[in-house]
Design a protein around this ligand. Structure first.
Ligand SMILES: Nc1nc2c(c(=O)[nH]1)N[C@H]1C(S)=C(S)[C@@H](COP(=O)(O)OP(=O)(O)OC[C@H]3O[C@@H](n4cnc5c(=O)[nH]c(N)nc54)[C@H](O)[C@@H]3O)O[C@H]1N2
Ligand SMILES: Nc1nc2c(c(=O)[nH]1)N[C@H]1C(S)=C(S)[C@@H](COP(=O)(O)OP(=O)(O)OC[C@H]3O[C@@H](n4cnc5c(=O)[nH]c(N)nc54)[C@H](O)[C@@H]3O)O[C@H]1N2
Ligand code: SF4
Ligand SMILES: [Mo]
Length: 891
């Protein structure tokens, strides 16, 4: 092992769809040094908290390093034969439609291409869907309806150039942080720029909002139809564009008019009339307008209609295909866009072709695939319901964790348990989905795998390996090709590397294209391995002339039959399931700043595990009063489909009647923390995307006789056995938040059971208060501590946590230990706000008290907010709460 350690590799972040360039190198201890790539056009050197912490997630702890068959360690030969044999048998007995593949926008394009080709082309099943269904399907369907193709017209620079940026159902500050930073910087440069946020809750993204419209959930179509109506009436119509480049305006405006005028719209959306007027006026008068939308739009039973309602307004004003304008669908996953390119959805074929007979014929000839399917298969939610009904008997799941992330997740988990053959290709050994699998295939993870991804602005970037393949892990495409070979399709899957797969993908995109399909990267054909390895980011289409395309539709030509963009008449409707007396509140779900999806990777990083440490439910203080919920208490959130337990967080940024919960916690990280156990399985009838943002629920205090927490230097072999726990990693310790239903008198017994090491502990018990506290010190070092009792008796965790960093406990700290509070004079930094520098809330509040009344001044004084900037909105909030009134600047 020579200087491989120090070699810096250009690669791409594996998290969100911004697609930031990363400079990575391997350190001697197998950790990684990570920096933003100053030359990558997505981020120009910036990284957010998740990207910056990538180095902490590449260790081998918890990795799946060898194949597993029926719970036993196995080898590749046996595992592959088990898969091939199972598929052969099920296909022979029940036909290919009894087999399904469920993939992910986190697969590389090459892996994705091979899976689609194998299942749709050779095995011959149409049931090939992916988690993009949960994420981008409504945008795809909306794009196709309007443009005749799944095309994102613009690019990131448009967001900076816009003078009005509408963020619809997007929490950009947390979910696309680097793009948010770019927008924020652009706004600081251009005082005329305005930002409107359309979101039922007040998020950190509202930090840059000139106007926040906290509309009633699910009412977006009313709002955008109202805007269309207003634009038409106000004469803000680009008549030339309308006449020459669009069709269908008449019906669309007729529908929009039936929604009534501003007061009707305001009433439907439950917004102040003045705010609606202000939004309409801003939109009317601002030529350079971009409307960026994300899951508040897509994840709805009206998702596709919401998308088209937005696009309609851009078509009427001709604000598309020009700098600083356009509807902008931001993608979630690193390769959500690449997945669509290869046809990773059950209702597409490949290379942006559908199931039109000529497309089927073309792909069949190109692949020489006799079994090619001729029509669409089941979409994700239906697919797992077909598994539950026993119609689908074998499913291969790759790079996604459906037992956690699909709606009605308990049913999904049960269905997988009952399914004859569940194959899971995974990087991690223990996920909720691997627990119910028959065969586990160990996959290369980020830093090891090799291929391409496409970001939100159609930019294809390389993910390059800088770490060796650990254990028996293999690339996902290799596992797929190996099974293809065993099924007798070896010739069509004889790739020597990802470069060959990419080249075939490139050639298919250009095959008999002649400008008819938007996705054409023919200009990249014929790259040898070295050129593929060196490939700089490219923005598609890259047609035969070899040039990138930063913008589409500049010529006013669309991919519809007529060449015109289509207006769609969209009829507003309420969400499928509506609150009733039994389930009176609406559950909205989404993301937190520092965690990624089901936490298999971000959960490894201490830095990312401090901002949100346990499942929670955000509730408006007034609703909390009505439903008897207390800040910091545990709540049971229940729906017709299931329930989860989470900590109550009061937040007046919530709408009355709405609660919010994160989607991240799995059974690996908490007992009953899966929000998707509660989420309803209703979907958009056109896109099949689930209505994740709207489930009627009841929220009630969860019964607990005691609360507690435990900090341990070493992770125990098993999680504790008590009614409720949530697990998080700290720097040199692990943390459990706990609650139980046991008799408080029995706490010492419960505690000893939790500790499984009763004798070494110093204990303190106060039966009168129902508290129990213990600590374990070995060779002067704190090894663990446990605090149990009523909620109000529990001390903060931060000072105790800091003691794990001490080589030996001072006698003052040792004396103070069981009080849980620092000895007089010692600082308690408080809850972590800035995860990049590990700066706590108390430190920031002290800085504010010392006169720092601007975020920049706080950063100057204590570093907080000085790296990725994601915590600046929170710092701003702390300033509002804590700055001496006389100094405070009004926001
Ligand atoms: N930190 C972090 N970043 C991520 C991810 C992550 O797991 N963690 N995941 C990535 C992925 S795959 C995705 S898809 C993106 C998602 O990125 P976003 O879509 O920005 O994130 P969400 O939190 O899912 O939802 C966005 C907002 O929609 C709002 N909303 C709910 N209902 C409605 C409604 O009816 N109308 C409107 N207008 N808004 C509504 C919610 O309150 C929420 O604030 O994030 C990506 N980035
Ligand atoms: N309630 C609610 N639920 C939601 C959403 C919501 O807003 N609310 N959002 C939905 C959306 S938009 C999305 S995108 C989904 C995301 O949901 P999932 O895709 O289920 O979540 P991840 O945790 O990203 O799952 C990726 C899995 O792949 C594994 N993995 C990582 N790298 C590799 C690799 O190279 N190869 C293989 N084979 N495996 C790998 C990881 O360990 C992890 O288990 O969740 C959806 N679910
Ligand atoms: S913004 Fe997205 S792509 Fe960029 S570093 Fe953060 S998570 Fe990675
Ligand atoms: Mo997503």
């Amino acid at each position: 092992m020579h200087d491989q350690h120090s070699q810096t590799i250009r690669t791409t972040c594996p998290y969100c769809g911004v697609g930031c360039g990363v400079l990575a190198s391997r350190d001697a201890d197998n950790t990684a040094t990570i920096q933003g790539d100053p030359e990558h056009p997505a981020n120009y050197g910036r990284l957010c908290s998740k990207g910056a912490a990538l180095g902490e997630t590449v260790d081998l702890d918890g990795r799946l390093l060898h194949p597993v068959v029926h719970g036993e360690r196995s080898d590749w030969d046996t595992a592959l034969e088990t898969v091939a044999d199972g598929l052969r048998r099920i296909i022979a007995e029940h036909g290919p439609e009894a087999v399904a593949f469920y993939g992910s926008g986190q697969m590389l394009t090459e892996d994705y291409y091979v899976s689609n080709k194998l299942f749709k082309g050779f095995i011959g099943t149409p049931h090939v869907d992916t988690n993009s269904r949960l994420c981008m399907a409504s945008a795809v369907t909306g794009h196709k309806r309007a443009f005749g193709s799944d095309t994102l017209p613009g690019n990131y620079a448009d967001l900076e150039e816009a003078e009005l940026l509408v963020l619809a159902g997007s929490n950009l500050a947390w979910c696309h942080p680097v793009l948010y930073q770019r927008v924020k910087a652009a706004k600081a440069e251009n005082p005329d720029m305005r930002v409107v946020v359309i979101d039922p809750r007040r998020t950190d993204t509202c930090e840059i909002a000139d106007l926040h419209l906290p509309l009633a959930p699910g009412t977006d179509v009313w709002l955008w139809n109202g805007l269309l109506n207003h634009l038409a009436r106000d004469g803000q119509v680009d008549y030339v564009f309308l006449e020459q480049h669009t069709e269908g305006f008449g019906q669309a405006i007729e529908m929009a008019r039936s929604g009534g005028s501003v007061p009707d719209v305001a009433a439907q959306c439950d917004l102040p009339e003045g705010d609606v007027v202000q939004f309409f006026r801003l939109f009317t008068r601002t030529e350079k307008t971009v409307s960026l939308f994300s899951q508040g739009v897509n994840q709805s039973s009206a998702g596709t209609d919401k998308v088209n309602a937005i696009i309609n307004c851009h078509l009427l004003t001709g604000r598309i295909g020009r700098p600083g304008t356009g509807p902008f669908s931001i993608t979630g996953q690193p390769n959500a866009m690449g997945g669509r390119e290869v046809g990773g959805l059950a209702n597409q074929l490949a290379a942006h072709m559908d199931f039109a007979p000529e497309d089927v014929d073309r792909v069949r000839r190109f692949w020489d695939a006799p079994n090619l399917v001729t029509g669409p298969g089941d979409k994700a939610v239906d697919l797992f319901q077909a598994v539950a009904r026993g119609e689908i008997k074998a499913v291969w799941i790759m790079s996604t964790n459906p037992a956690v992330s699909l709606p009605d997740a308990d049913r999904v988990r049960d269905a997988l348990r009952e399914c004859e053959l569940v194959v899971v290709s995974e990087a991690m050994a223990h996920t909720d989905t691997t627990e119910v699998a028959d065969v586990l295939l160990p996959a290369l993870a980020w830093g090891e795998k090799d291929g391409t991804v496409t970001n939100s602005e159609r930019r294809i970037s390389r993910q390059r390996p800088f770490l060796p393949a650990p254990g028996e892990t293999r690339a996902d495409w290799q596992a797929l090709c190996a099974v293809a070979g065993r099924l007798g399709f070896g010739d069509a899957f004889a790739y020597s590397g990802p470069d060959q797969i990419f080249d075939e993908h490139v050639r298919l995109s250009a095959f008999e294209n002649n400008g008819r399909r938007d996705f054409d990267i023919g200009g990249l054909a014929g790259m040898a391995r070295a050129a593929y390895d060196a490939m700089a980011p490219r923005q598609w289409p890259v047609r035969a002339d070899g040039t990138d395309t930063p913008r589409l539709f500049a010529d006013g030509r669309y991919f519809t039959e007529s060449g015109r963009a289509r207006f769609l008449p969209v009829e507003p409707h309420a969400p499928v399931h509506r609150p009733d007396p039994q389930f009176p509140l609406v559950l909205n779900t989404g993301r937190v700043r520092d965690h990624w999806h089901t936490m298999t990777r971000t959960g490894k990083a201490a830095r990312l595990s401090t901002h949100a440490v346990e499942p929670f439910v955000q509730v408006h203080p007034e609703d909390a009063r009505v439903f008897g919920l207390e800040q910091g208490g545990l709540a049971r959130v229940g729906s017709q489909w299931g329930h989860f337990l989470g900590r109550v967080v009061l937040d007046d940024g919530q709408r009355r009647g709405n609660v919010f919960a994160p989607m991240h916690w799995s059974a690996q990280y908490a007992v009953k923390g899966r929000a998707d156990a509660v989420v309803n399985p209703a979907t958009d009838p056109l896109s099949g995307e689930p209505e994740y943002k709207h489930t009627p629920v009841a929220v009630a205090p969860a019964h607990a006789t005691w609360h507690g927490f435990m900090l341990l230097r070493e992770r125990p072999a098993e999680h504790p056995h008590c009614a409720w726990w949530a697990f998080a990693r700290g720097g040199s310790f692990v943390r459990y938040e706990l609650a139980g239903n046991d008799d408080p008198d029995a706490l010492p017994t419960v505690a000893r059971d939790l500790l499984r090491n009763g004798s070494d502990w110093v204990e303190f018990e106060d039966p009168a208060r129902g508290t129990y506290r213990a600590a374990w010190i070995a060779e002067g070092r704190l090894m663990g501590c446990l605090f149990m009792g009523p909620l109000e008796t529990l001390p903060g965790r931060h000072w105790l946590a800091s003691l794990f960093d001490e080589a030996t406990l001072s006698s003052a700290d040792r004396m103070a230990l069981l009080s849980g509070r620092p000895p007089a004079g010692a600082p308690d930094v408080g809850r972590t706000v800035c995860s990049c520098f590990g700066i706590g809330e108390n430190t920031i509040v002290d800085t504010i008290a010392g006169g720092a009344i601007e975020p920049a001044a706080v950063t100057a004084a204590c570093q907080a907010g000085g790296n990725c900037g994601s915590c600046v909105p929170e710092i701003q909030n702390l300033i509002l709460r804590h700055a001496p009134a006389a100094n405070r600047r009004t926001a």
